[in-house]
Design a protein around this ligand. Structure first.
Ligand SMILES: NC(=O)c1ccc[n+]([C@@H]2O[C@H](COP(=O)([O-])OP(=O)(O)OC[C@H]3O[C@@H](n4cnc5c(N)ncnc54)[C@H](OP(=O)(O)O)[C@@H]3O)[C@@H](O)[C@H]2O)c1
Length: 109
């Protein structure tokens, strides 16, 4: 049976490349994007997900589990970067970066 793989941030960059590769290898791949409708040429389905929003995470997993029996592999790739001198980066931007890359959610659970 084909393994099901979920890749967060499958719309561009590393996540998209991994997804394209795994599709070619015969896996059942699902990716995510905050704006899935923007990406009409994806080789695998993109589900809506914002990793900084708990409700969005729950909705995404619930929707995927309606299509597949289980998720065999999660590639937790979605993230953002900041470049530039630390002292010039607004604190709100830093907090947003940590929420997306580290805390992954806006709740305490
Ligand atoms: N490239 C590098 O040199 C490098 C170095 C160190 C670490 N990384 C890490 O590797 C990962 C991939 O990097 P990349 O270079 O491929 O970046 P990228 O091309 O900018 O892609 C980032 C992906 O993450 C998604 N994403 C961004 N914010 C999100 C959010 N709040 N919720 C859900 N998805 C979100 C984007 O999807 P949408 O915009 O469609 O939602 C996109 O698919 C990131 O975690 C990055 O921090 C990259």
């Amino acid at each position: 049976m084909r393994k099901t793989i979920l890749i967060t941030g499958g719309s561009s960059g590393i996540g998209k490349s991994i997804g394209d590769f795994l599709v070619e290898k015969g896996f059942e791949v699902y990716g995510t994007s905050r704006f899935p409708k923007k990406y009409t040429n994806s080789k695998f389905p993109l589900l809506e997900l914002d990793v900084a929003d708990t409700a969005s995470i729950n909705r995404c997993v619930k929707n995927l589990l309606k299509k597949v029996d289980n998720i065999d592999v999660l590639i937790n790739n979605a993230g953002v970067g900041i470049t530039g001198p630390m002292e010039e980066i607004p604190i709100e931007e830093m907090k947003k970066n940590f929420d997306i890359n580290l805390f992954r959610s806006n709740s305490n659970d």
